[in-house]
Design a protein around this ligand. Structure first.
Ligand SMILES: NC(=O)C1=CN([C@@H]2O[C@H](COP(=O)(O)OP(=O)(O)OC[C@H]3O[C@@H](n4cnc5c(N)ncnc54)[C@H](OP(=O)(O)O)[C@@H]3O)[C@@H](O)[C@H]2O)[C@@H](O)CC1
Ligand SMILES: Nc1ncnc2c1ncn2[C@@H]1O[C@H](COP(=O)(O)OP(=O)(O)OP(=O)(O)O)[C@@H](O)[C@H]1O
Ligand SMILES: [Mg+2]
Length: 420
């Protein structure tokens, strides 16, 4: 829901359901559920911040007091920043990039450096990111593990996996670092008459945690069981209500391609299709075939066609668009195409999205791109650098786990640890 920052206007907007108020001058438009906004506004500090003319003013010192003041308020504020897209500065930059016509190679390493937080001894566990992966079934236990462990290796503090009951012990055995919730069920293990109650239990289990997560990754190794996918659809709806960013990959893309409403118009959704997944999306949304001659325009249309979600099209160069701008990342990676590299990417993007959104609060107002785009660019760059490093050592025998082992060193090479 999009609301104006003034509580009075937010109430008015809610009362006039279906009526769109045009934004009055000197107000900031934000997204978030009404309760969150009203709660935020009840804080005198926030009320003062909201009276500023532009959202970019949020970056100045009051917010730093706020960061020290309450982690809960900080998280709510980050969520409320879903409407960041509406800030003038951001729009002006988007328009410039569109009118310039060309797709720009992103300055990926600079972006990566700018959003990676310093290691600050005053921060507590969780502030560098809590990520949850929804995936893992009888067939696939590697994919959710790759995504979740990558998030930790890059620097997230906590990484959860919500998977099926039979996948959980396997995933736990790969790593004691992961918090594994054996809650999902596939059709074969559920009687028809129990489906409703089990679905409600699954949702209640995830809901207990939802508010804590900075980003979800939906799909690595999820499988395509219809009952399981129904449950995951409900989880996605709840994540959306809570304004939690969602990276959608693998079988999550299968689900979303068949039910576009799950993400349509959600600016915090990121789709990371590989060649097959992209083809299915193009066919479904644009009703045509993939056109590599006009790859940038087609990607732009696709992202626009799904209401401004961000799409990272994986390939020789990764192409990224939020329906307004297109950027590419062509850093040389690895010629090995072993399975699982997309899973590393999805976990990486989740962490960088969380960091990019935090950066909006802490920066000096010069952030000129959608944080979803920044997260994709940084994730893509790091994945490629790590793949290259792994390949230099392991050559033809390079595996996904070798690349994961190189994530930390690659990040350190680009962005040496800075302890403040
Ligand atoms: N180590 C692991 O655990 C790894 C696990 N991985 C996990 O694998 C899952 C699928 O991802 P992927 O990348 O293989 O999908 P993709 O290229 O579209 O498909 C290739 C072909 O296979 C078919 N097909 C796929 N799934 C199907 C299904 N459930 N049932 C039937 N058909 C299916 C598909 O057919 P189509 O959809 O075109 O009809 C296409 O022809 C996903 O969860 C991913 O995360 C990977 O991340 C790698 C490491
Ligand atoms: N031709 C290529 N050259 C260099 N890097 C590539 C190439 N193709 C893909 N990549 C990179 O490899 C990573 C995984 O992309 P890929 O297309 O293999 O995903 P995927 O099929 O979803 O992988 P997964 O096996 O995990 O499902 C991405 O970061 C992408 O940038
Ligand atoms: Mg994949």
């Amino acid at each position: 829901m999009q609301l104006f920052a003034s509580a009075g206007k937010a109430k008015a907007l809610q009362r006039t359901t279906g009526t769109s108020l045009s934004p009055p001058p000197n107000t900031v438009r934000i997204s978030g559920d009404l309760d969150t906004i009203l709660k935020l506004e009840s804080s005198p500090l926030i009320a003062a911040i909201f009276s500023f003319e532009r959202l970019t003013h949020l970056f100045y010192s009051p917010i730093n007091c706020l960061l020290a003041y309450s982690a809960v308020i900080r998280r709510h504020l980050i969520r409320a920043l879903a409407g960041y897209n509406n800030n003038h500065h951001y729009h002006r930059n988007r328009m410039q990039s569109l009118t310039s016509g060309a797709t720009l190679e992103a300055d990926a390493l600079k972006i990566l450096k700018s959003i990676t937080p310093a290691l600050d001894p005053s921060r507590h566990k969780g502030q560098a990111g809590r990520i949850a992966v929804i995936g893992g079934c009888r067939e696939y236990t590697g994919a959710p593990y790759f995504a979740a462990i990558s998030a930790l290796k890059i620097g997230a503090d906590l990484s959860h996996v919500f998977c099926t009951k039979d996948a959980a012990p396997v995933i736990k055995s790969y790593s004691p670092e992961l918090i594994v919730h054996p809650i999902l069920e596939e059709s074969y293990s559920v009687r028809d008459e129990d489906k409703r109650s089990i679905s409600a239990q699954v949702l209640a289990e995830v809901d207990k945690w939802m508010e804590r997560f900075d980003c979800l990754v939906v799909g690595p190794g999820l499988g395509r069981d219809p009952f399981l996918l129904d449950c995951v659809s409900e989880i996605m709806k709840h994540a959306r209500q809570s304004n939690v960013p969602i990276v959608i990959d693998g079988d999550g893309l299968f689900l979303v391609t068949n039910c576009l409403d799950l993400v349509n118009g959600y600016p915090l959704a990121i789709l990371t299709p590989n060649v097959n997944e992209y083809k299915r999306l193009v066919q479904k949304v644009l009703n045509c075939e993939v056109n590599d001659q006009d790859a940038h325009e087609q990607l732009l249309s696709l992202a626009k066609g799904i209401g401004g979600v961000t799409i990272l099209r994986k390939g020789k160069s990764d192409l990224i668009s939020d329906g307004e701008a297109v950027r590419s990342v062509s850093i040389y990676g690895s010629p090995r195409r072993c399975g699982g590299q997309g899973d590393i990417l999805s976990g990486s993007v989740a962490v960088f999205v969380a960091w990019a959104r935090q950066r909006i609060l802490a920066a000096d107002g010069k952030l000129s791109m959608n944080p979803m785009m920044l997260g994709c660019i940084a994730g893509s760059a790091l994945m490629r650098k790590a793949a290259l490093l792994a390949f230099e050592h392991k050559r033809r025998s390079t595996l996904t786990s070798d690349i994961i082992e190189c994530l930390g060193r690659s990040l350190e090479n680009i962005c040496p640890v800075n302890i403040c």
